[in-house]
Design a protein around this ligand. Structure first.
Ligand SMILES: [Zn+2]
Length: 299
């Protein structure tokens, strides 16, 4: 019982993007609001759906599609299958820790405190620009300290129909569709419209680790191994800047010699000033180089 016009309406539901900042109270208000008495229809076949009160995840009794019910909206409900086990996700995290963003040798200095696994809900939006270019954008559908998740880049075509057997590992969405759309509207997107929206549960390992008496959280997305972390022991930039400032000051001082030479006695000592500048500059250069190398090795 395909009903194409209804399917079209549901998929291409015209969305009004209001640039008002969302607040926590707005979210709570939205969640508390009683469901309107509108009839819900399956996103795929248009069949009438009758979810139990509070039931968010549904399998359509007519066509078997898995859908997510957000107040008056029914959207497809997908999940991303994990390809990494905990050990492999941990290895991804170690590689990231050994990389350039974090404090030197963090992979060896950090103490791992354990990990948890869950399917985390994200709102999925297909955004079509006026030029016809389409982007897939995400907004978190539950509270998270890792707002970086919206920069997720999922492998195309890997989304599968959500399975009820995953319920025990899946976090329930708490962010209404309208709120996620408002967040989306606050991003500086090229002009266009949201042409598709869905609920996606993605597999995440959340690792806790300790470094210098502080506890940090890092999230490894278990399909691609991508590491997300908002707060981590970052490379300190101050020593690099300091080395740069010292170098600049030394050469600025040396450059004053020729200037003094040029100004004194109608330029009589210009040669001496230039010589002093070049000579001392050549002497100072190795020391400054060693300083920079030392900073790079330590931090
Ligand atoms: Zn259906």
């Amino acid at each position: 019982m395909w009903n194409l016009s209804r399917l079209y309406r549901l998929l291409f539901h015209p969305t009004i993007l209001k640039p008002t900042p969302p607040s926590n109270s707005a979210i709570i208000h939205d969640m508390d609001a009683t469901a309107p008495n509108t009839v819900l229809h399956c996103t795929q076949c248009g069949g009438e759906l009758h979810p139990d009160e509070g039931q968010l995840f549904l399998t359509c009794p007519y066509c078997g599609a898995t859908v997510y019910v957000d107040k008056a909206h029914v959207v497809f409900h997908w999940y991303l299958a994990p390809t990494l086990k905990e050990q492999e996700a941990g290895a991804s995290l170690r590689r990231w820790m050994a990389g350039n963003q974090t404090v030197k040798d963090l992979d060896q200095k950090a103490t791992m405190l354990g990990s948890t696994f869950e399917y985390f809900p994200l709102w999925y939006f297909k955004h079509r620009q006026k030029s016809g270019r389409e982007d897939i954008l995400y907004e978190p559908a539950a509270a998270t300290s890792v707002s970086e998740l919206r920069r997720l880049n999922l492998p195309a075509g890997d989304l599968r129909a959500y399975e009820p057997s995953m319920d025990s590992q899946a976090r329930s969405p708490t962010v209404p569709l309208e709120t996620a759309l408002q967040w989306l509207a606050q991003r500086q997107l090229p002009e266009g419209e949201v042409v598709e929206q869905a609920m996606v549960h993605i597999p995440l390992f959340t690792f806790k680790y300790q470094y210098r008496a502080n506890t940090y959280t890092a999230v490894v997305e278990a399909a691609t191994g991508h590491v997300f972390a908002n707060i981590f022991p970052a490379k300190a930039e101050a020593p690099y800047r300091m080395a740069g400032v010292v170098t600049a000051l030394v050469f600025l001082c040396l450059a004053i010699f020729p200037v003094i030479g040029a100004m004194s006695n109608n330029g009589k000592y210009l040669d001496i000033g230039l010589g002093a500048c070049v000579g001392l500059g050549a002497l100072a250069a190795p020391f400054l180089f060693v300083l920079a190398a030392w900073v790079a090795a330590k931090i």
